[in-house]
Design a protein around this ligand. Sequence first.
Ligand code: TYD
Length: 130
Amino acid sequence: MLMPYLIEFDTVGEEGTGFLTYAQTDSKIPFEVKRVYWVYGTQNDSIRGNHAYKVGEQVIIAMKGDIRIHLEDKFGKVFEFVLTKASQGLYVPGTLWRKAFMNEGSILLTLSSEIYSEENYVRNYQEFKQ
Ligand code: TYD
């Protein structure tokens, strides 16, 4: 089974002039990116996600703020990560149930191996666990 893992992206720069972080397919991103989406404008204690995907892979990046990611497989194994830096990402196999805990000012960016399709979502937790 594919496992989630943290990715440290290559970064150049310094405090003051700023940092630049980069990633590309086959160099830190283990799939071809077909879609990007980002979530922002959340209040404190917002929970996003609450679903799994049937197929695909993602890399999740906390562009701003600390974002806690809770992942669970269908057998109940739980993985917890706290993303605290824009220079890191979390590789997530699509089949894991995911929740993102966001606060005011957080910005979450997702890189996806799949284009959007509502049919690719599993939104019912009981169905996911079967
Ligand atoms: P969803 O993935 O449920 O967001 P979150 O997990 O952050 O709550 O997406 C919310 C809605 O946005 C969904 O009903 C359809 C729409 N949407 C698109 O049209 N295209 C996309 O690429 C995404 C991610 C969502």
